[in-house]
Ligand binder design. Sequence first.
Ligand code: ATP
Ligand code: MG
Length: 459
Amino acid sequence: MKLLQRFILSTLIIISISIFIGLICSNILYVTLVKEKMNNRYLDIAEQLATQMEDHEISLQASSDFLKIMGHSGYQIALVKENGEQIIFGEQFHGNELNDQMRSLFEGENTYHGVKSFKNSYLMMSHFTNDIENTVGTRLELEGEEYALFLRSNNTSFFTEFHLIIIGFIFAVFVSSIIGILLVSRKLTQSLSELTSATQEIANHNYEYTLMIRRKDEIGQLADSFRMMQQKLANTDKARKKFVNNVSHDFQSPLLNIQGYSELLDRELSSSESKKYNNIIQTEAKRLSNLTKQLLILTSIDQGKYLINKKLVRIDEQLHQVVRSMLWRIEEKGLEFKIDLQPVTVYADRSLLMNAWENLIGNAIKYNKEYGEISVQCYEEKSRIIVKIKDTGIGLEEQALEKIFERFYRVDQARNKEGTGLGLSIVREVLSYHNASIEVESNINEGTTFTIVFDVKEV
Ligand code: ATP
Ligand code: MG
């Protein structure tokens, strides 16, 4: 069932239940309060009529004329003789049989309380039964003969113009509430349908779709969250396209080189030439393998599939190990290496963290000047573990600082050096996996410092 239909149905059910409850309450009110009051009011009128007619000793004819007028003004009156003969004034009764209690008026009883005791149909509805038993009665004597006078208000006079106004009012309230609920629920379902079509647009990769819902309620909040999600998806999509573009480009150029130089190798070449081309092919193949390795790490971290295997890791030992493995590169460039490593431990994935140090120290060597300096420090301070990797290399410009952690970003100057531009983005991902932060300070031509902070409590 659609939401709108469900809304209307529930409204109708609620209205019906309310009417049912209202009926029960008014019935209780009728039975406990109104019924007796009405009985007494009619009895009062009947008794006053009888007294007046008796006191003024008016004739039967004059009484009849008088009662006829009463009959016209909204009462049903029966004047009954002891032998059962009935004269009716006003609307006829449907049932004319007198019961024992009514007859007892001729046997000394003064009053008959039929309105109060009448139980022909369900509670309040019995009030409208047009039966002579549903009256009040009193004795009276006219021209020396015993009579009983029975009286009730007739149903048409009960429903006066005022009652019509009330019924009109209730009907108008009922109809306008249904129309109101229809309008409100249509507005609500319209917003939901709009959200549904927006979701379908997003599913079809249309991230530009403008959602027109502006509301301050929960649906408005949902629309705001939707817009936020849309923006994030659009950014991710843009980044993904850029990434694929970069990857294809970075794969394409070494592959072209390998293809070109391997074709050259088919020709007759001097041994020095073929050695040179072989070297190029090997370098390009290494570049491809490095790129694939880096990409694999990144995608696995992205998908959260990297089997994170956290153990206690001695950072100082890892840094030592990396420096040792890169010693030949350090010596080749004539770099001066300073290390100050205090024994510090964090809870981390050994190989991921190792990869981060390799990238950072590798950069410090790669982007250093000849005979430059590198210093690597690690220490604990105020329950934080700090690692600093500092070089005296080519440095970075202010605007490059924000971008170096992006995937495939490489500063132009670095283009002539080997690299993929993925190293630092991997470092950032790895560190964020370990709740560690990384900051960089750099001055062009002076050098760069990377500071990594592990919050010990969080690791
Ligand atoms: P990869 O590390 O993937 O082989 P890469 O070194 O070019 O390639 P990143 O490590 O991500 O890529 O570094 C991004 C860019 O930041 C580099 O191209 C370089 O321009 C700059 N950069 C990184 N480290 C330094 C540094 N210590 N000094 C100067 N520039 C740096
Ligand atoms: Mg690098």
